[in-house]
Write a protein that binds this ligand. Sequence first.
Ligand SMILES: [Ca+2]
Ligand SMILES: [Ca+2]
Ligand SMILES: [Ca+2]
Length: 496
Amino acid sequence: MILIFLYTLLEQFYSMKYIIFTLFNVIVSNAFCAIRYVTQSGAGAFNATSWSNAASGDNLQSVINSATTGDEIWVAAGTYFTTTGTNRAISFSMRNGIVILGSFAGTETLLSQRNLANGLSSILSGEIGFAGISDNSYHTISNSGLNNTAIIDGFIIRDANDDRAATITDGLGGGIYNNGSGAGNVCSPIIRNCVIINNYATFGGGIFNSGYNGGTASPIILNCVIAHNTASGGGGIDNFGLLNGNASPTITNCVIYNNHATFRAGGMYCWGGNNGNTNPIVINTSFVNNSAVDGGGVVSDRLNSGGGSSGNSNPSFRNCIFWGNTASGTGPQFFLLGGATFAATFTDINLTGQTSPHIISGSGTGNQNVDPLFSNIAMGAGDDGIWLTHDDGLNLMFNSFLINAGDPTVTSPTTDIFGYPRTGIFDLGAYECRRYIFIGPGNQWTIDTDWDIGSVPPSLYQGTIIIDAECEKVGLELPFNSQLIINPGKVLTIKE
Ligand SMILES: [Ca+2]
Ligand SMILES: [Ca+2]
Ligand SMILES: [Ca+2]
């Protein structure tokens, strides 16, 4: 009897200990969010626990799939293909609670050590099968069921080809397909610091956001370049809220450049008919050199499928630029259907050739119609051919009228497409002009009030310095990889 009693006590003791131990494990595993490492060739034990034991690139998706909420996936430089086989339906996919970060050198221990100054170095590619796009993956990334805890950051996303005839599931979204279609479904991830380039789909060459039939696809797209994508409709982006759905992304600090549609909307299509909604909020984004038959830059459309019109297609643009977009038909910068609107404030739009009803709705406060004076509009990626580096062609020249011409009430985000601080009132477009004008008088480098933005250029500053005091205006461009180092206590003397 006593023995049995003791045994029971012991049993309880051990089971309690087991419970405590289990609880402790749960707490630990929740508190410790792992970093999982992937390199192109992998290393060591290939178990993703460190750079020296990185998983190989062929297992990138399985590393994403086995991650737990709160984990980060760190991906080194290199090209990562959707599949080593030829199945065009295989894509990468994002997951809730998982942050996928690219463009590491493969030695970093802190995210802050990741250096993006020389452009992105991790490529997600749909280039499979034979060389060339004809047999490539339908989507490089295909998503469903996501909220904004699903984040991708630091990748070039390219080479997809969804050339299937368009249905409500096929032919949609080359680079990224966000499928939130169907009542109650949501697909609204965060896409950040990415270059989405050289993709094709029947609709939405770069990105397709489907909230069709009562669903929602309203991603946050931040600091991205969407360029050289092609489609029949919506070369760069297609937002599809048709039939009680919602496809209203928030797009900030982005470049939509040289995308092409063989029919409508070179840059971005918004379709909200049949009581659907497409009301994207677009801030500090440059739509440049996109082309289509109608709506070289943007199409806003609330026509029903089957006749009539309903729902909402009301995209709004603040601090944006529409320049160099072309239409062989109607509406070089934008084209409106079914009573849809196009609201723009503090935006530079070339209105040449914009005829009624393809006109700006609302007050149009702060709008301009002047040459933006880009540093090189013909080469969006700049002389180096690499997007998101210092020489990019959609930087504003120092004499641009678009400098400090933004909405003074817009104060976020505080950085531009590079992560470079926005200074004073925001400039228009994705790039804050990186220039300091010396406004003297005097000859002191070290006094904040002698500089137009109220602060002395940092010692490792890279960009344009304009000496514009009592002397003739002179521009001094500090080239890539140069350094202008002012040692503590030293003074840069500016002579007349
Ligand atoms: Ca191929
Ligand atoms: Ca560049
Ligand atoms: Ca500014």
